[in-house]
Design a binder for this molecule. Structure first.
Ligand code: ADP
Ligand code: MG
Length: 620
């Protein structure tokens, strides 16, 4: 086992952990709810203490909202308090100015924050990492110092009241009983958000989020519209943040611009990181702890930020997985060395053939036609007027020295880079203007030189992810897990299990893919490409990282792809025996130009090719 593979070894993703966490929370709520509603319960704590628990619940929801954005989707927001504020002010306007019940305020808060989040999601489509962080800080500060101070919302720092109006002139006051009742409301809403969040994770929506976090090009090649799902993540996170902000506002009864500060935004990020990015229950525990502790240990008062920062640094340095590490540690299977070694598995298993993935006839004619395509990166011409043709039912090889532009040509065909000139036709249709995910839907599947899987997800989850474009249920159906989404997901799961077991890797199904051997990862990748029954399969150096024996049996699998499954294959390969063994026709690319083409035996004996390719390969 290599050092790289040991990192974060063997943590099973979602699956078992989620189910247990769900059950745990449901159990806690079912016990807590009836108890807290009986008259005796409020007397256990005084009004102020109940209020702290109300705040803890509101912050748990706020942290869950950031967890969806940061933990699942990998989009940083350092201005999340701004979204909480939008919710609180919206509910304030509804309940204190329009004198409507709190329930209306909460609904308006959710809608208002979701809309604002959609707007701040737009820059996130172009900005990444530090730049996105700065943009969201700017959003939070703009809200704090200008919008929330506007005359209309709060008349400067005067703020706005958030009465807990139930209906008419019935209010929840701030005595112990009413604060306890409000806690019940908060917990019920937290439970509702928990269920939606869990549905997100268990459907194509959450898989799209997590694939985007890990690797956007890979996500796109699986047919995920990255723009759409990033915006959806912002909207969902904004909706939850709005609800959290409104609950927080109704807890303390009054907010002004100082209620939603940059410190609060940073505290939310701390909660998510200390809890463990992407682990809902752990994030909730962290959030509740951060709210409650300063009150339990009054000596801490005033030093919360120092203590919080210390805990954050300790977490990042010592337990990057946060509290979630403790919750999942027990379920960690021990990875053994031989599982990681390709030498132990020289024979590659058969390609998975999940049901529904029918063997098809390749048809006739030309599947792919690349005509005079040029791709430039600034001054560098990576592909220079290249043309090639891939007829149906054949394996076409694309060879050439490193840096020749082979991968770039793949990217041009699959839509990850724009072509500067030239035409790309798929089954006669011009596709060079389409988005990557649209081309994937047409039936173009591709692998990546560095294995195109979401490597932190398990094998099973990758097979689910690969079926993204087959899911016909809508987002609402997913969030509420309506029957259509449920049935589709069941079917996907069956197919994923079938694929995993046909690879003979059932034992490793819930292991993050990065813990598999190079050969296993390749096979899972090719298997994932096949579940959508694509017409054209483009493979970028599939034998890279495989043991020689495994590469030999790869040739057989590639021929299966053509002869048994009826696919058309475009293959980039450095392994010359493999090319000779499988390809029907070969193109040679050098410095972006096609310098030779022909049947493989002929090509490998041409002096020009030997000079360009084999000379370079030998010296390299
Ligand atoms: P090959 O796959 O044949 O080894 P590539 O297509 O990866 O070659 O690269 C061709 C050339 O384009 C190389 O010089 C590489 O550095 C350059 N290149 C590839 N991708 C990019 C990019 N995204 N930005 C800038 N240059 C790139
Ligand atoms: Mg390459």
């Amino acid at each position: 086992m290599t050092a790289g593979k040991t990192q974060g070894a063997g943590v099973p993703t979602s699956g078992a952990y989620n189910r247990r966490a769900n059950l745990a929370l449901a159990a806690v709520l079912f016990i807590a709810l009836p108890i807290s509603t009986v008259q005796a319960m409020p007397k256990l704590l005084d009004g102020g203490q109940w209020l702290i628990l109300d705040q803890a619940a509101a912050f748990a929801l706020a942290a869950m909202s950031l967890n969806l954005l940061l933990g699942y989707t990998g989009q940083i927001s350092l201005g999340h308090a701004g979204l909480l504020g939008v919710g609180a002010f919206a509910s304030g306007v509804v309940t204190s100015r329009a004198e409507l019940p709190m329930i209306v305020g909460l609904v308006v808060a959710v809608i208002a924050s979701a809309l604002v989040a959609l707007i701040i999601g737009i820059p996130a489509l172009r900005l990444r990492g530090l730049y996105l962080a700065i943009a969201t800080v700017a959003f939070g500060i703009a809200m704090q110092y200008s919008v929330f101070r506007s005359d209309w919302l709060s008349a400067g720092s005067a703020g706005i009241a958030l009465p807990r109006r139930l209906w008419g002139e019935h209010y929840l006051t701030t005595d112990a009983t009413d604060n306890a009742t409000f806690l019940v409301i908060c917990l019920l809403l937290l439970l509702a958000a928990w269920i939606v969040d869990s549905n997100v994770l268990n459907t194509r929506v959450g898989r799209a989020f997590r694939a985007i976090r890990e690797n956007e090009p890979v996500a796109q090649s699986f047919g995920i519209n990255v723009t759409r799902y990033k915006l959806l993540a912002f909207v969902l996170s904004g909706a939850m943040a709005g609800l959290a902000g409104a609950l927080y506002g109704h807890t303390i009864g009054f907010v002004n611009n100082e209620s939603f500060t940059l410190e609060q935004s940073l505290l939310l990020v701390t909660m998510v990181i200390v809890g463990g990015m992407g682990h809902r229950l752990a994030v909730i525990i962290a959030a509740a702890t951060f709210v409650i502790f300063p009150f339990v240990l009054p000596g801490l008062k005033g030093y919360e930020l120092v203590v919080g920062a210390a805990i954050l640094m300790l977490t990042v340095a010592q337990h990057p997985e946060g509290i979630a590490d403790l919750l999942t540690a027990r379920h960690r299977p021990l990875a053994t060395d031989d599982e990681d070694d390709d030498a132990a598995m020289p024979e590659l298993p058969n390609l998975p053939l999940p049901s529904g993935m029918v063997t098809q006839r390749p048809g006739t004619g030309t599947v792919l036609e690349v005509q005079d395509v040029t791709v430039r990166f600034g001054g560098l011409v990576a592909v220079d007027g290249a043309s090639l043709r891939v007829p149906a039912g054949k394996i076409i090889g694309l060879i050439g020295p490193n840096g020749a532009g082979k991968s770039t040509l793949f990217n041009a065909v699959s839509g990850l880079v724009r072509v500067d000139r030239g035409v790309i036709r798929y089954r006669g249709q011009e596709i060079q203007g389409m988005r990557c995910d649209q081309r994937a839907r047409l039936g173009i599947a591709r692998s990546f030189q560095q294995v195109g899987l979401a490597k932190d997800l398990s094998m099973r989850e990758n097979f689910l992810l690969a079926q993204h474009q087959l899911a016909s249920y809508g987002d609402v159906s997913a969030l509420l897990m309506l029957p259509k989404a449920w049935r589709t997901e069941q079917l996907f799961r069956e197919r994923a299990d079938e694929a995993v077991s046909s690879l003979g890797l059932s034992d490793l199904a819930d292991m993050p893919v990065r813990n598999l051997s190079g050969g296993q990862q390749r096979l899972v990748e090719i298997g994932c490409l096949l579940v959508t029954a694509p017409d054209l399969v483009m493979l970028d150096e599939p034998s890279a990282g495989m043991a020689p024996a495994a590469a030999e049996s790869l040739a057989e699998r590639l021929r299966d792809l053509r002869d048994k499954l009826g696919r058309t294959v475009l293959l980039i390969e450095h392994n010359v025996p493999l090319v000779l063994d499988t390809c029907d026709y070969v193109y040679v690319l050098d410095a972006g130009q096609i310098i030779a083409e022909g049947p493989p035996e002929e090509i490998t004996s041409q002096q020009q090719v030997i000079d360009a390719y084999f000379g370079a390969a030998v010296t390299a």
